[in-house]
Design a protein around this ligand. Structure first.
Ligand SMILES: Nc1nc2c(ncn2[C@@H]2O[C@H](COP(=O)(O)OP(=O)(O)OP(=O)(O)O)[C@@H](O)[C@H]2O)c(=O)[nH]1
Ligand SMILES: [Mg+2]
Length: 300
């Protein structure tokens, strides 16, 4: 199996392109000139790492005080300090509810997470609580068949909270290790739909306190994704983020801004449409993915 580090590096290839080229160009230097710094600034901002961290990184790299450490080492240290206490995620609870706006990758991520846990030997069920889109239950069914995990659905019900309640209670009775609830896409600007999500959360937490809510954010949406998560968090307590479609964007630096601004960990990165295209987030691997060239991890 391909290692998580290799997958992270591959999944971040578009974001890495510029940043890693800048670092390669500085090989052997211990501090940067004005022109070097401009290159670096452009590449970091272009990757959506954000102004605040970009300034911190530039200040660190232009300062010749710490010549013993490589530029890469100083880059890593600056990001690590910036995200201290935020980037380490708690292990996920038994019940995982996926929320987010339309098309951000909830259903695909639900299936991918089911695949990950089931691969680790856990018994998993998928709950199809998207009662809005006609094809939504069918989509979960196809994944469940492919993954050979149980699906709990009720095509006759128009009440997603009822489906979630039935699905989670059935999973608990069957002593499943993990129950993953897929919900329909909704805009945070629609109070009724957000209240419905609160209801899904409320009925689920009546059954057990072991519940986590993850929001899927499409990495291509940049700052907009930050706002989506902030708004969802006003309605129900988010445990963390799944940053999807990282494979299609050069702006994967948004992961850092999400963690810093929302004070929420990124749990997973989605790096493709296949079931194993989901990587547990690891800050060190992620930073490798930003600055290294692919050959540097070939022997991992
Ligand atoms: N390239 C890429 N495509 C992805 C990723 N995650 C999801 N997709 C694709 O994005 C599209 C939407 O994914 P879904 O999982 O259906 O999104 P959703 O949030 O469940 O959509 P709604 O239920 O309609 O709100 C599909 O074509 C997925 O294959 C990813 O990490 N990378
Ligand atoms: Mg869906």
């Amino acid at each position: 199996m391909i290692s998580i580090l290799k997958k992270t590096v591959a999944g971040l290839s578009k974001t890495r392109k510029k940043i890693s080229a800048v670092f390669q160009g500085f090989a052997g230097k211990s501090y940067l000139t004005e022109v070097d710094l401009e290159f670096m600034e452009e590449s970091l901002l272009g990757a959506d790492i954000g102004w605040e961290l970009t300034d911190l990184i530039l200040n660190e790299l232009e300062n010749p005080h710490n010549k013993k450490l490589s530029l890469e080492g100083r880059f890593r240290n600056t990001v690590n300090t910036y995200l201290e206490g935020i980037s380490n995620a708690e292990p996920l609870n038994k019940i995982i509810i996926l929320v987010g706006i339309n098309g951000t990758g909830k259903t695909t991520s639900a299936a991918k997470i089911a695949g990950l846990f089931s691969h680790q030997g856990e018994s998993v069920s998928l709950v199809a609580a998207d009662t809005y889109r006609a094809a939504a239950v069918e989509q979960v069914k196809i994944w469940a068949d492919r993954l050979r995990v149980q699906i709990i659905a009720n095509e006759k019900s128009a009440d997603p909270a009822a489906v979630a309640f039935d699905g989670v209670s059935s999973g608990l009775i069957q002593q499943k290790d993990r129950v993953i609830v897929d919900t329909s896409g909704r805009l945070h600007t629609s109070p009724n739909l957000m209240k419905e999500l609160q209801k899904i959360y409320r009925v689920t937490t009546k059954l057990t306190s072991e519940v986590d809510v993850l929001i899927t954010i499409d990495a291509n949406t940049g700052q907009n994704g930050l706002q989506q998560a902030q708004e969802f968090n006003r309605y129900l307590p988010l445990s963390g983020v799944i940053l999807t479609k990282m494979d299609g964007t050069a702006r994967g630096g948004i992961a850092v801004q999400i963690m810093k601004t929302l004070k929420l960990p990124v749990y997973y990165l989605g790096v493709g449409e296949q079931v194993d295209d989901l990587i547990p987030f690891d800050l060190n691997h992620y930073l490798n993915g930003l600055i290294s060239n692919e050959t540097m991890v070939e022997h991992d």
